[in-house]
Design a protein around this ligand. Structure first.
Ligand code: XMP
Length: 520
C-alpha cells in the first residue's frame, strides 16, 4: 500500500470484467484509488488503508446464493460514503435489509435509459440532460425492495431502482455501470461522488514524481541499481525516474539482439546516453542471438531461445557492475492487481512472453518498481513530467523478441534487412498521414513465401509481406485499423518501389481474438 499522503479511495472487487475501468475513471479525476479483492478486505486492512470513500464493484455472482461474496459489514460502519455498482448495489441492499431477486424476466444486458425522479440529488448534478440518460446495464438479478433509509432517484424500464441513495449515510447504489464507454456521462457520476466524499483531486503526476523520487532514494540508499532498458515506454520512464532519484547509481543495459527496428539501437542509446546522461551499456549481441536462432522456425522455440539468451546476456553485463543490489522493473498497476477469479484453474499459455522474471532471486537482487501504482496513461504523463520527448512517450509497443516474431518461419539476416526497410516505409506512411497516434500498434511481417510478380519488363520472384495495424486499449483485444484503399495502395506501391526483395503487399484484417496482434 502506497501514497498514504493522498486522500484514498478503496475499490472492493467482486470480479467484474470492468473493475479496472472504475479505477481509471477515478485516476482521471486525480483521485488516488486502489483495487482490492473482497477477500483481502479485513478490518485491519481497512484501518490501515483508511479510505475516504469506498466503491463496491460489479461481479458475476448472485447475492441470492448462499456463498455469495460479501464485503465485511465494517464497510458500512466506518462513516464514509459508499457507492455500490451493479452487484455492489445488490450486495449493499441485501446486507442493509433490502431484497434482491433472481431471474424473473427482468434481466437487462446492454444499452438502457434511466429517467430521473422528481428529487435531484448532488450525485446527479449535471447528469440528466433533457430527460433519459443512456447507461449500460449487465444484470440478471435486481433489487426488489430497498433497504431502510434508501430512496429512488432514477429508474429504467427493467430496473425500477436504477439509482438509489441513503443521503443521511451517504450510501449510493446504481444498477448500471457508470465506468464503461456506453454510459457516456458516467464520469459525471464519479465526479459528483468524489466531490461529495470530500476528495480534493490531489493525485497529480507532478506530486507523484516527487514522492516516487523520495521513496526510491529511501529504498536504494547508496547502493547500485541495474535496469534492462528496452526502449519501450515503461522501462524508459522507470529508468528516467530512477536516474533522477539516484543519478549515477543507476546503470542500464540495452540488449541489442539484432532483432530491432531500423535505427532503433542508435535512437534509444543516443537519447538515454547522450541527451539524458544515463549510464547505458550497449550490449551488442547480434551474432549470438542470430547464431542460435539459425534454422529455427517453431515460434515457441524461438521465443524460448531469445528469452534464455536475454537473461544470460543481461546477467553477464550485470555481473560486471560492482555492488548491484537492485533490479529496476517497469511493472504497471494492471500487472499488480490481484483479480478475483471465479473460474479458477490455470489459463492456457498462448505465447511465452519474455522478461527477466526469475533473475532477481538468482542474482540476489531486490526489485525497484516505481511504476507499480500507475496505469499506462499515467506512465506516459509521468514520462512527460520527466522531460522525455513526446515522440518517445507515444511510441507503439514493441515486443521483447522483436522482429523474430514478425518473421514467421526461419529467420535470416536477409529477411530481417528487408523487413526493417519495409517496416520503416510503412511507419513513415502512417506518420505522414497523421495516423500514428490513432493506432495502437502497426508493423510489417515478412512472410515465408516468395511469389511471382512482374516489374518493368521482367519477372520477379520475391517475398510477400503483410501490413498489420490495430486499435486496442490494452493489447488484450484488438480491431484492425480501417485504412482507406488509397492509403493501402499508396503504401504497397512505396514498399515495392523502395524495398528490394518484396514484390507483394497484403493487409492483415484479423481482429484479436481470434488472431493475436503479432504473427507468432
Ligand atoms: P499478442 O501477439 O499476444 O500481443 O496479441 C499483445 C501485445 O503484447 C506484445 N507482445 C510482447 N511484449 N514481450 C513483450 O514485451 C513479448 O514476448 C511479447 N509478445 C507480444 C505485442 O507486441 C502486443 O503489443
Amino acid at each position: 500500500m502506497d501514497s498514504p499522503q493522498h486522500d484514498r479511495l478503496l475499490i472492493i472487487d467482486f470480479g467484474s470484467q470492468v473493475t479496472q475501468l472504475i479505477a481509471r475513471r477515478l485516476r482521471e479525476l486525480s483521485v488516488y484509488c486502489e483495487i482490492h479483492p473482497f477477500q483481502a478486505v479485513t478490518q485491519d486492512f481497512l484501518n490501515g488503508f483508511d479510505p475516504k470513500a469506498i466503491i463496491l464493484s460489479g461481479g458475476p455472482a448472485s447475492v441470492t446464493e448462499a456463498d455469495a461474496p460479501r464485503p465485511p459489514s465494517w464497510v458500512f460502519s466506518r462513516g464514509v460514503p459508499v457507492l455500490g455498482i451493479c452487484y455492489g448495489q445488490q450486495v449493499m441492499m441485501d446486507m442493509l435489509g433490502g431484497e434482491v431477486v433472481s431471474g424473473d424476466g427482468t434481466a437487462e444486458f446492454g444499452r438502457a435509459y434511466v429517467t430521473p425522479t422528481e428529487d435531484r440529488i448532488a450525485l446527479l448534478d449535471g447528469w440528466f440532460g433533457d430527460g433519459a440518460e443512456q447507461v449500460w446495464m449487465s444484470h440478471g438479478d435486481h433489487v426488489s425492495r430497498l433497504a431502510p433509509g434508501f430512496e429512488v432517484y432514477g429508474t429504467s424500464p427493467n430496473a425500477p431502482f436504477a439509482i438509489t441513495a441513503d443521503l443521511d449515510r451517504r450510501f449510493y447504489a446504481v444498477q448500471f455501470h457508470p465506468e464503461v464507454h456506453h454510459t457516456p456521462n458516467g464520469r459525471t457520476l464519479y465526479e459528483n461522488f468524489v466531490r461529495e466524499a470530500g476528495f480534493t483531486g490531489d493525485w497529480t503526476m507532478a506530486s507523484y514524481r516527487d514522492e516516487a523520487i523520495a521513496r526510491i532514494r529511501d529504498q536504494v540508499g547508496d547502493r547500485r541499481v541495474i535496469c534492462a532498458l528496452s526502449g519501450g515506454v515503461d522501462s524508459s520512464v522507470a529508468a528516467a525516474l530512477i536516474h533522477e532519484a539516484v543519478g549515477d547509481q543507476l546503470t542500464c543495459v540495452f540488449v541489442d539482439h539484432g532483432l530491432l527496428r531500423l535505427n532503433e539501437a542508435e535512437e534509444v542509446v543516443g537519447m538515454f546516453r547522450d541527451h539524458m546522461n544515463l549510464h547505458v551499456i550497449h550490449a551488442e549481441e547480434q551474432e549470438r542471438f542470430l547464431g542460435e536462432l539459425e534454422g529455427v522456425s517453431d515460434p515457441e522455440t524461438k521465443r524460448k531461445i531469445i528469452g534464455r539468451l536475454f537473461i544470460d546476456v543481461f546477467q553477464h553485463y550485470a555481473d560486471q557492475i560492482d555492488g548491484a543490489a537492485f533490479l529496476a522493473q517497469g511493472t504497471l498497476y494492471p500487472d499488480v492487481i490481484e483479480s478475483v477469479s471465479f473460474s479458477g484453474g490455470p489459463s492456457v499459455t498462448i505465447k511465452s512472453h519474455h522478461n527477466v522474471g526469475g533473475l532477481p532471486e538468482k542474482m540476489g537482487l531486490k526489485l525497484v518498481e516505481p511504476l507499480r501504482e500507475l496505469f499506462k496513461d499515467e506512465v506516459r504523463a509521468l514520462g512527460h513530467e520527466l522531460g522525455l520527448p513526446a515522440s518517445f512517450i507515444g511510441r507503439h509497443p514493441f515486443p521483447g523478441p522483436g522482429l523474430a516474431i514478425r518473421c514467421p518461419g526461419e529467420i535470416t539476416r536477409e529477411k530481417l534487412d528487408i523487413l526493417r526497410k519495409a517496416d520503416a516505409v510503412y511507419l513513415d506512411q502512417i506518420r505522414r498521414h497523421g495516423l500514428y497516434d490513432e493506432i495502437w500498434q502497426a508493423f510489417v511481417a515478412i512472410l515465408p513465401v516468395r511469389t511471382v510478380g512482374v516489374m518493368g519488363d521482367g519477372r520477379s520472384y520475391d517475398y510477400a509481406c503483410a501490413l498489420r495495424a490495430v486499435t486496442s486499449v490494452d493489447g488484450m483485444t484488438a480491431d484492425t485499423y480501417p485504412f482507406s484503399h488509397e492509403f493501402l495502395g499508396e503504401t504497397a506501391t512505396r514498399i515495392i518501389n523502395e524495398v528490394r526483395g518484396i514484390n507483394r503487399v497484403t493487409y492483415d484484417i484479423t481482429s484479436k481474438p481470434p488472431g493475436t496482434i503479432e504473427w507468432e
